[in-house]
Design a binder for this molecule. Structure first.
Ligand code: GAP
Length: 438
């Protein structure tokens, strides 16, 4: 395929999965709005993560912390002093770049090819704002650059209300903000994004085993979502890449058309954060281990992924162009999103064969039958072939066709997206049939 990234971007924009934010004002660079199908896809990604990380486990509980936390949190965590990327300016065109993202030997400006830059300066990625009506140094606040700190500062509260014993985790899904120097690659790197993070609190000394456990678990999650195994890899960080809080880290990466990109980082954060907050707040954040009759600060293993990057990998991985046979005996092209059923934004489309006024109520009745169970679409516009193609390109696993015979024999036709096989079924059995497959 000529340019997979371009094809996916164009499909996503055309079908309203994601489009440029504030488009009527010329658009805001690297800021995306998710449309009707994007909303469903994102919800399905979040649900798949929550199901695997919280619902199916008895050792992880949830949290939704505030986006704006006390600025003291970010001082203690080290973000105010150290959460920065190296910024350089091209001496020829004055464009600014992240030094560690420049390519070539010598490194060249991606805008003009220039090879001379200003000296690199650390650029803090946190978005700063002011709380309340007076703008002073005392009213400075930050939009959180990671959800993780909510889990650290609420650790004793969550532990006592949930009565969990180590090892246990606290999970959160929510927006984070970073003033990225070079956002781009559609919604791979943006300034506002959604994270899915879990802090797993463990007894010191067991952290390395738990780190490798979570690396395996998290890699498998992407495979279970239907992403091709050969497009995924787990890459351990070099010592000079490690974040200021980590003793070890590995990234789950996907091979995008623009190269390998991080979907998720798994880090051994040791007791860095709890210790820093304990010192800065003066509060006791230790855990009392009843079994060993001792108090200590737990170590933390953190799997931290992103809704947006998972969605981008899922779309790129599921995109196919195929030559398929038509009813006339020739072939035609179809675009297909071979999405995992759990992720498909629409699970079932109900398609009356025509807009005939006696057929429409029958088709509506079938739509009413299935829509309480799954996200469904009702589409009666255009030829049936075109409507199948429209559903294929957004990954709808099943289409139900209601035709004139349906009114007599009380049967409908169900078409499978991948095989394109059609099966005639009694209307009464359609919910059970779909429930078995979805
Ligand atoms: N709490 C650890 C942490 O935030 P991170 O590796 O900086 O670690 C975790 O971020 C995940 O959040 C990334 O793997 C990615 O999926 C997502 N993410 C981070 N920055 C992002 C950005 N600018 N745009 C989109 N997603 C981003």
């Amino acid at each position: 395929m000529a340019d997979l990234m371009e094809a996916v971007t164009s499909l996503a924009k055309r079908r309203g999965i994601a489009f440029q934010s504030s488009e009527i004002y010329g658009g805001l660079r690297s800021s995306w709005d998710y449309g009707p199908l994007g909303v469903e896809l994102r919800r399905n990604v979040r649900n798949a993560w929550w199901r695997s990380m919280v619902q199916l486990r008895d050792d992880v509980v949830g949290l939704e912390a505030a986006i704006i936390m006390s600025p003291r949190v970010w001082e203690a965590s080290g973000h105010v002093a150290g959460f920065s990327d190296p910024l350089v300016e091209c001496l020829s065109c004055n464009q600014r770049h992240r030094q560690d993202h420049l390519e070539g030997d010598p490194p060249a400006c991606p805008n003009c090819g220039g090879t001379e830059f200003t000296e690199s300066k650390p650029f803090n990625l946190m978005f700063q704002t002011n709380m309340g009506p007076v703008q002073t140094d005392e009213s400075v606040a930050y939009l959180r650059p990671e959800t993780a700190q909510g889990m650290f500062v609420d650790f004793p509260l969550v532990q006592s209300v949930s009565r969990k014993k180590l090892p246990f985790g606290v999970a959160q899904i929510g927006k984070s903000f970073r003033n990225e120097i070079t956002p781009g690659n559609f919604f791979f790197r943006t300034r506002e994004f959604e994270q899915m993070e879990m802090e797993y609190f463990v007894k010191p000394g067991t952290d390395e085993d738990w780190f490798s456990y979570w690396c395996d678990q998290r890699m498998q999650w992407y495979v279970d979502l239907g992403i091709r195994k050969e497009k995924l890899r787990l890459r351990p960080h070099e010592p000079d890449e490690l974040a200021h809080y980590a003793k070890a880290a590995s990234d789950v990466e996907y091979e995008f058309p623009f190269g390998w990109g991080e979907l998720e980082g798994i880090a051994n954060r040791t007791d860095f954060d709890l210790r820093a907050h304990q010192e800065a707040s003066g509060e006791d954040l230790t855990y009392f281990d009843q079994e060993h009759d001792e108090r200590y600060l737990p170590y933390v293993v953190e799997p931290a992924g992103g809704v947006d990057r998972t969605l981008l990998a899922v779309l790129v991985d599921a995109y196919r162009q195929q030559e398929v046979p038509t009813a006339k005996g020739d072939t035609e092209k179809r675009t297909l999103l071979a999405l995992h059923n759990d992720l498909a934004p629409i699970k079932v489309a109900v398609l009356p064969l025509s807009r005939n006024e006696t057929l429409a109520p029958e088709a509506r009745a079938v739509f009413d039958l299935v829509k309480p169970h799954w996200m469904c679409d009702y589409d009666d516009a255009g030829s049936i072939g075109r409507r199948y193609r429209r559903q294929d390109e957004v990954g709808t696993p099943f289409c139900i066709t209601v035709d004139f015979d349906s009114m007599q024999d009380r049967q409908i036709t169900v078409r499978d997206r991948d095989s394109m096989q059609q099966e005639r079924l009694p209307i009464d059995g359609v919910v059970a049939y779909l429930a078995e497959r979805l």
